[in-house]
Design a protein around this ligand. Sequence first.
Ligand SMILES: Nc1ncnc2c1ncn2[C@@H]1O[C@H](COP(=O)(O)OP(=O)(O)OP(=O)(O)O)[C@@H](O)[C@H]1O
Ligand SMILES: [Mg+2]
Length: 357
Amino acid sequence: MNNDDVLAALATVQDPELQRSVVDLGMIRDIEITDDRLSVRLVLTTAACPLKGRIETETHQALAAIAGGRRVEVVMDAMSPEECDRLASALSEDARVPPAPFGPGSRTRVLAVASGKGGVGKSTVTANLAVALAQQGHAVGLIDADVYGPTIPLMFGMAAVAPESHDGKLVPPERHGVKVVSMGFFLEDDEPVIWRGPMLGRAMEQFLGDVLWGSPDYLLIDLPPGTGDIALTIAQILPSAEMIVVTTPQEAASKIAAKAARMALLTKHRIIGVVENMSYFICPSCGEKHFIFGHGGAFEIARAAGTTLLGRIPLDESTRSAGDLGTPPALDAESPVGAVFHEIARAVDALKPSPKP
Ligand SMILES: Nc1ncnc2c1ncn2[C@@H]1O[C@H](COP(=O)(O)OP(=O)(O)OP(=O)(O)O)[C@@H](O)[C@H]1O
Ligand SMILES: [Mg+2]
């Protein structure tokens, strides 16, 4: 008999509260097997565990069954607070298994597009990056996670598209080569949305798991502004998601940098780059670039977050109107703004995917 035999025997003993075996939970320590004695130390999460007696008895019985006449000893003990914390976080991570097809081993790179504040062009960047990636031959999905103000359907000109479902799963409507799911599909016009954390989490899980995505190369997520619930939920559901931060030059660089860094810290996501939007204005008559709001801010943010500046998008009237008309400028890779998005898409594609857990 060796330690593995002992662990195999004890794998049948469950902590009824945590619904896992005491072996999985790392509660079995110090196995000792001698000619006449078989002993283990059993560490519970707390010495005051109400189920202590029951777990002890079952452990004893499981060991007696394999002891071969040896005396069985179960020494009851408790975890240190640090061990307890570690177990709690491991269990909460396990509970959030990413829904297929974005789970472990998935080929899909998930890109979450975030910003420190609203109105900087997150949705514009997400939509155009998605279109550019699709035009470059990638299979692309897009989740509009801005449940407060979903604008992606408008930007894709699909406001009136009612999604179909198949076997209880949603078929994501496709536009400009991008499969799109948005809360906007499910809301009446002007219906106020008051979401609480758990509901948001559930909505995101459904967007990921209950939609027939296939296995796209890229899944882009347009986050709501700020560093709130959704970002954290996505972090929990999709620990391998990569983050792109959108900013404008006039934002107080240091403040936003701190926010972005904090968000990365909170979510443990890799920030793969910063996109500066509304960077400069191209003079329609002379073609010269005017950096109305100054420049250098986004570069500073990128440096503070330990990442790179992926690109600068000009302030451009046709970008705004194209957004409203459902024809993102990235559809035309030759247009001045479209070309910038295509360059950013290539830069993103060139970055090595983060390893899947
Ligand atoms: N480079 C640009 N040139 C001109 N207009 C732009 C540019 N980028 C975005 N806009 C316009 O600015 C407005 C805000 O952009 P967008 O909706 O993409 O921002 P957002 O960060 O997603 O906002 P929110 O925080 O509300 O979700 C839109 O009307 C959009 O068309
Ligand atoms: Mg938006």
